[in-house]
Design a protein around this ligand. Sequence first.
Ligand code: FES
Length: 376
Amino acid sequence: MSKQNPEVPGDEELAGMSRDELVRLGTRLDGVELVEYPDPWPVKGTRAEKRAERLVAFWFGLSGLSGLAFVAAFIFWPAKYVAPGEEGYTMYSLYTPVIGLTLGVAILALGFGVLLYTRRFIPHEVAVQERHEGGSTEVDKATIIAQLADAGTRSTIGRRPMIKRSLAFGGGVLGLAVTVVPLGGLLRNPHAQSTNEDGLWHTGWLHHGEEKVFLRRDTGDASEVELVRPEDLDAGAMETVFPFRESERDDHDALVHALKRADNPVMLIRLRPQDAERVVKHEGQEDYNYGDYYAYTKVCSHVGCPTSLFEQRTNRILCPCHQSQFDALQYARPIFGPATRKLAQLPITVDPETGYFIATADFNEPVGPAFWERKS
Ligand code: FES
């Protein structure tokens, strides 16, 4: 080791120095002047010190309890959709606030605990240091290790088992809470409480027996049923429609459910005649349209936002979430943005008896984003 600085001790002298001496040597060699280096609790075991310790432990404990509450709510809280007015709606509507609140409190409480501990128990030295260039010498390495060990000792964490345990509890549970979110989908069977095991594969347009499924608009009142006829749309227009069955006309809950079910909304588009001439149909969907009328799901194939915008001039369907665009003239295939799959097309025709639009079948593929069992 070269001794460029006369203050640098030899190896033998270095080995004989105490940690405190090494700390001060390190700061001196680094051109650091320790102006103040006070012990926050010079008299050990005072009531004030114990009070501060309990306060820190309280926040870590609160973090742990809140983290546990989050994990419990995430796993056990009833998260299945319940329509307004139905039994269980209050619990369902509280699901998101509860998991948000519990996770938020867990993170905040842990932060408060760390902050308080730093303020109450870590020495607040005042030091001035000059910068140096080049790599670290052996002396620098030895002294910095001593400084770090000294910081650990002076933080007194080693002799505060209550804080150590509460920190381990809070940090551990929070870590568990963070882990359980991505693992949640694997822990819980999404179909466990479903009355429809095929829920992801079918929508409310699924036919039950021979009953016709009409296209209705949402007027804001579920009981006010307005069906849609071809004359209702001008060329270039778009309307959002939902499934309706005559058997449900007097069933308010069923009518509300049909309007609220997430995978039910469909865009009914009437192309302009000059545009309709340029349509390219997807194999197997050649008879899905009725003249110039085409119906596509409103659920984006990217991550499921409503693709609510139809641009008449370009015949593009736009998803406002991440700007995916789909070509309504080419079976709604994606032409821009992150979506990689076409929008599912609903096969429609006009009921010869009533003159209203009906769906001839459910979609021929799941709507919306990919999911575990989906292969395409
Ligand atoms: S959800 Fe539509 S582009 Fe992302």
